[in-house]
Write a protein of this length. Structure first.
Length: 119
């Protein structure tokens, strides 16, 4: 593990020397023992990682992303809660109309319409 860190630091040092003009790309690639193409790939990854590391981040621990199943279940629970709320409100409205017998009157009216359609 320590050897990997040392190797990474050496690579970073050479990339920074090339970027500052102290070394040419060819010299940097030779010191790293890679082709120029590989050097440019490493340089690109290193600069991208450096830019990412220097971005502003929110303080504290990052939030844990929800897995797909948990997200789907939460969505389903919300839908069911909405349906339950609507059902409860329908019952409340029906209970309000019950003393006036409006619900029964509508049912009787529908029955009469069905009987008339059959004739």
């Amino acid at each position: 593990m320590e050897q990997e860190k040392k190797l990474a630091r050496e690579r970073a040092s050479i990339i920074l020397q090339v970027r500052s003009g102290a070394l040419t790309v060819t010299e940097g690639a030779e010191r790293l023992g890679v082709s120029r193409k590989t050097y440019y790939e490493w340089e690109g990854r290193a600069l991208q990682a450096m830019a990412l590391a220097l971005e502003n981040h929110y303080p504290g621990r990052p939030s844990v992303p929800l897995d797909a199943e948990k997200k789907a279940l939460q969505s389903k629970v919300q839908d069911l809660e909405k349906k339950l709320y609507l059902a409860e409100k329908r019952i409340e409205v029906k209970d309000l109309f019950l003393p006036f017998d409006l619900c029964e009157a509508k049912k009787n009216q529908r029955k009469k319409q069905k009987v008339e359609k059959k004739r």
